[in-house]
Write a protein that binds this ligand. Structure first.
Ligand code: ACM
Ligand code: ZN
Length: 690
């Protein structure tokens, strides 16, 4: 039974008629109608799939469809539906949602069910007994602006009920208490992530409120500003007027990112190996204040285990606004991550302005649809924005690593310039991809025009991003895509020439040598001429990692093969094995994203258990290990809130894996330290659960 009422609404994405949908279940409604729906009325027993153990929910799930497919929905009326429970994350970060009506039989509202539904104006709950409410069900919403309508005789009960009183202006809408400025300092346990190399708790407390002076040098101007910010935000200090002294200084004999922090009585000393080291001392100091504005007196000597701690974001599959990248940097720096890797280009979009080729962003930065979500997804970063982002990130000692994929995952460029590929294209073009997966069209390695294009792009990139690193992609060009080179005569000629034999002509075997040829040419430009360090996703076909480059070990089950290659080539490696570091995977079955391309799960404990040396001992670690990375591929991450939800708290486990000495690490102690840190994230409106 289904009826669709057509009506015209203004201010709606232009995807045809705006409409109201009335149905028992959303599976009865077409994809386009779901995408256009502003008002949804469901009347059936809402489906939460009963699924076999180990299986994800199916596309039939009504809540998943409400959240992700009815992406324009303003009003949801479930008064005629049957449901006991609004599941966790049910309408997570649906920013358009203004009105919700819940039925009389609802008994429970799951964690983060309405998280960041920040346009919510009216919530009608027809249940006489207030449903139980899990933590952060209404997180990141100003509940004083939401009109709660409940059965008249139940109003008193709602006013008193946990989770509902906030609608009546009684308490904040999270379960976290305020930091208690002005309370008598009780020494709370020190809870730091990543755990420092050496931590000594001293007698007494450190009380920064008596600090009267900061003694430092002009080189530490940025760190001086951070200290003032911390004292103001964490300790409520608008000025310095006491006897105590804060001394910030540099001792170049310490490791570059290392520091020594002593905080005792009214005095603070931070000595870093460089401004970075001082900054990390300050990040530790800030965490000491997470629970209250005074802390236990401590003496900390600390330095990172690995040189690079990275998070990777993917604004291609789902767009990430530039301002949100800034906030993301501020958060990651708290845990001593020092690199943000931005995947700027893929089959689904081209997201960086290239001045020589304006067509790339004109033609390939907008599309409708990511798999079954029929939403418009558009945007690109201007070069000015990226320069500004790099300046901003530098204040947090975060380097931006831009990634341009080659030779695969390049459909956006090939859509714009079909001459970049030697794949046979129907009607001479390839559409922008609107689904996840791997496309068959590759850049042609035997065409000089390909190199002109790449050189122009990378030269522009090198002057926009001042950091040392440029990532060249390189993943998933192998199967079955290399066939596009098998049927290109020019490519086969080149392969035979490189291999000095005709024996593999017309055969896909050996085609990977063409990828190496292409990489060698681009690496020569970046490394030898532009002084950059090229990076790439390591595939076992490559066999080698070129000198001066950094490989990424990413494939589940193939980490040791990448380590062997790094050791053979005396090269550097980043560890981001899928089993530990793919934060786009859900933390558990049916956690977000419940419907996906078949991802495994990565639990918090699995992430924590990553040994960056992979059991290979100190020789590998000292010579080849560059660091660790966590990926946030965004096929299924369609809001910034969900980006944080996927990233944290696993990124905290990764931060510790990349920074702290192995003998210091203990999962149960990590969980103890995690609680106050995630509580602080909640206070700052960051969505995190575990
Ligand atoms: C990758 O996940 N394709 C590097
Ligand atoms: Zn070719």
């Amino acid at each position: 039974m289904r009826k669709i009422l057509f009506s015209i609404f203004l201010g709606v994405a232009n995807l045809g008629h705006a409409q109201s949908v009335v149905a028992e279940h959303l599976s009865e409604v077409s994809a386009q109608d779901k995408a256009n729906a502003l008002e949804v009325v469901l009347t059936g027993t809402l489906r939460r799939d009963k699924r076999a153990p180990g299986k994800y929910i199916s596309l039939d799930d009504d809540f998943r469809q409400l959240r992700d497919l009815c992406w324009q929905m303003r009003s949801l009326d479930l008064s005629g539906a049957h449901l006991d429970s609004v599941p966790a994350n049910a309408l997570h970060s649906r920013h358009h949602l203004q009105k919700v009506v819940l039925p009389a039989n609802v008994k429970h509202i799951g964690s983060q069910a309405f998280f960041a539904c920040d346009s919510l104006e009216t919530l009608v709950v027809n249940a006489k007994v207030p449903p139980t409410v899990d933590a952060f069900a209404f997180g990141n919403i100003d509940l004083s602006k939401v009109k709660l309508i409940v059965p008249k005789k139940s109003r008193k009960a709602y006013k008193k009920a946990a989770g509902w009183s906030a609608f009546f202006g009684k308490c904040p809408n999270t379960l976290v208490q305020d930091p208690g400025l002005g309370r008598i300092p009780q020494a709370v346990p020190v809870s730091l992530i990543p755990i420092p190399a050496q931590l000594e708790e001293l007698k007494g407390v450190f009380d920064p409120t008596h600090l009267g002076q900061i003694i430092d040098s002009p080189e530490l101007f940025n760190e001086h500003e951070h200290l003032l910010r911390i004292l103001q935000n964490r300790c409520g200090m608008k000025s310095l007027s006491g006897e105590g002294k804060a001394r910030l200084s540099i001792n170049r004999s310490l490791p570059e990112e290392g520091y020594h922090l002593r905080a005792e009585g009214s005095d603070l000393t931070i000595v870093g190996g460089s401004p970075k080291g001082v900054f990390y001392g300050l990040m530790t100091l800030e965490q000491l204040f997470y629970q209250q504005p005074r802390c236990k007196a401590v003496d900390i000597a600390d330095a990172p285990r690995t040189a690079m701690r990275e998070l990777m974001v993917d604004p291609v599959r789902n767009w990430l606004p530039y301002e949100d990248l800034k906030d993301f940097i501020v958060e990651m720096a708290r845990y001593k991550f020092n690199s943000l890797h931005i995947h700027l280009v893929d089959d689904q979009a081209w997201r960086i302005e290239i001045q020589a080729y304006p067509e790339l962003t004109e033609k390939a930065s907008f599309r409708v649809g990511m798999d079954d979500m029929l939403m418009p997804i558009g945007g690109y970063y201007t070069q000015e924005q990226m320069k500004e982002l790099c300046r901003f990130a530098a204040k947090y000692h975060v380097t931006i690593i831009p990634e341009i994929e080659m030779p695969g995952h390049e459909v956006a460029a090939i859509h714009t310039f079909p001459w970049l590929t030697c794949a046979k294209l129907e009607n001479g073009e390839v559409p922008i991809r609107t689904t996840c997966g791997v496309s068959n069209e590759l850049l042609c390695p035997s065409s000089e025009r390909t190199y002109e294009f790449l050189e122009t792009v990378f030269r522009e990139l090198a002057q926009v991003f001042p950091g040392q690193y440029i990532h060249l992609g390189g993943d998933e060009a192998g199967k079955p895509s290399l066939d596009c080179w098998t049927y290109c005569d020019r490519c086969q000629d080149l392969k035979c020439e490189i291999m000095g034999t005709d024996s593999l002509r017309g055969n896909r075997e050996g085609n990977w040598r063409l990828q190496k040829y292409m990489f060698d040419r681009v690496i020569a430009l970046l490394r030898d001429e532009l002084g950059k360090t090229p990076m790439f996703w390591y595939e076992t076909d490559f066999v080698e990692i070129q000198p001066g480059c950094i490989g990424f070990a990413w494939r589940d089950g193939l980490t040791q093969a990448a380590i062997d290659a790094a050791q053979r080539c005396d090269a550097k490696l980043m560890l981001c094995p899928g089993e530990h570091c793919y934060f786009d995977y859900p933390m558990g079955l049916n956690d977000m994203p419940e419907v996906n391309w078949g991802m495994p799960t990565t639990t918090l404990e699995q992430t924590y258990s990553l040994d960056p040396a992979w059991g290979n001992g100190s020789e590998f670690e000292e010579k080849c290990l560059n660091g660790v990375a966590g990926t946030l591929w965004s096929e299924c991450i369609n809001s910034t809130e969900r980006l944080y939800y996927q990233a944290y708290p696993r990124a905290l486990a990764l931060a510790e894996s990349g920074w702290s000495p192995q003998p210091k690490r203990d999962y149960s102690d990590f969980l103890r330290r995690l609680a106050p840190i995630t509580a602080d994230m909640h206070k700052r409106g960051i969505c995190v659960d575990y």
